[in-house]
Design a protein around this ligand. Structure first.
Ligand code: HEM
Length: 208
C-alpha cells in the first residue's frame, strides 16, 4: 500500500480528484461523489483534508464503510488517530433493523401467528361441533380423536382453553395482541430511525 504525505493529500482537493483522509487512510472519493446519499458537497467540503471527525459524526453504517476499501489510495505516513469509530445508536439500530425486521422475518412471524390462529380456530370449531353433537359418527371420529388428544395435551395449560373457546374470542384476542405488537414496532421505528436520523447529520449541518 502506498505511503502518502499530507502534501500529496492536500494537492487532491478538487472535484476531479477529491481525496479524503479517514482514520489515517487516504481515499479517492471522486468516483463516489454522485452516489453519495449525503450529497457531493459534504465530501467536497473536506476534500484534501482529514474528514474523520465529520464522517464519524454522520454515523455512517457498515454498508457505507464497506464502500471505502474500493476507494483506498494509501496510508498517511504519520497519523495520530484520535477520533473513535462511531458506534452510535442509529448505526447499530439501522443494522439491527435490517437483520431482525427484514421483510422475510416479518413474513415468517406473521405466518406463525396466522397458523396459530387457524389451528386454534380449527380446534375450537371441532370441539364445538363435538359438544353440540353435530359430528356425524364414524367419518368424523378420526378428527375428534385429534381434538381430544389436543385437549389432553393442553390440559395442563391454556391450549385446551384456546381449543375450546369460541373462535371469535380467540380471533379478537389475537387481533388485540397484534395491534399492541404493531404499535410497539411503530413506536420503536419512530424513536430509533426517525429521531435517531438526526444524529446522522454532522453538528454543523444539523438544525438545532
Ligand atoms: C468516501 C467517503 C464516504 C462514503 C463512502 C460515504 C457513504 C455514505 C453512505 C453509503 C451513506 C448512506 C447512509 C449510510 O449507509 O450510512 C451516507 C450518508 C451520509 N453521509 Fe457519507 N460517505 C462518505 C463521506 C462523507 C463525508 C466526508 C461526510 C461529511 C459530512 C458525509 C456525510 C454524510 C451524511 C450527512 C449522510 C446522511 C445523508 C442522509 O441520511 O440523508 N459522508 N454516506
Amino acid at each position: 500500500m502506498a505511503t502518502l504525505s499530507w502534501e500529496q493529500v492536500k494537492a487532491h482537493s478538487t472535484e476531479a480528484e477529491a481525496w479524503i483522509v479517514l482514520h489515517g487512510s487516504v481515499y479517492n472519493a471522486t468516483p463516489f461523489l454522485e452516489d453519495h446519499p449525503g450529497g457531493r458537497d459534504l465530501i467536497l467540503d473536506v476534500a484534501g483534508q482529514d474528514a474523520t471527525e465529520v464522517f464519524e459524526e454522520a454515523a455512517h453504517s457498515s454498508d457505507a464503510r464497506d464502500i471505502l476499501p474500493g476507494l483506498l489510495v494509501g496510508r498517511l505516513k504519520e497519523y495520530n488517530d484520535v477520533v473513535p469509530t462511531s458506534h452510535s445508536l442509529i448505526g447499530r439500530t439501522a443494522e439491527a433493523e435490517k437483520s431482525s425486521n427484514s421483510s422475510s422475518s416479518l413474513t415468517a412471524r406473521w405466518t406463525a401467528v396466522l397458523s396459530l390462529v387457524a389451528f386454534a380456530w380449527f380446534m375450537g370449531a371441532r370441539s364445538q361441533n363435538r359438544q353440540d353433537g353435530h359430528g356425524d359418527g364414524g367419518a368424523q371420529s378420526g378428527s375428534d380423536n385429534w381434538t381430544v388428544q389436543f385437549q389432553h395435551l393442553g390440559g395442563v395449560g391454556g391450549a385446551a382453553a384456546v381449543a375450546s373457546a369460541n373462535p371469535l374470542w380467540v380471533l379478537l384476542v389475537v387481533v388485540l395482541l397484534s395491534s399492541v405488537w404493531g404499535f410497539g414496532v411503530f413506536i420503536s421505528y419512530v424513536i430509533y430511525v426517525d429521531y435517531g436520523r438526526l444524529d446522522k447529520y454532522p453538528a454543523r449541518t444539523r438544525l438545532e
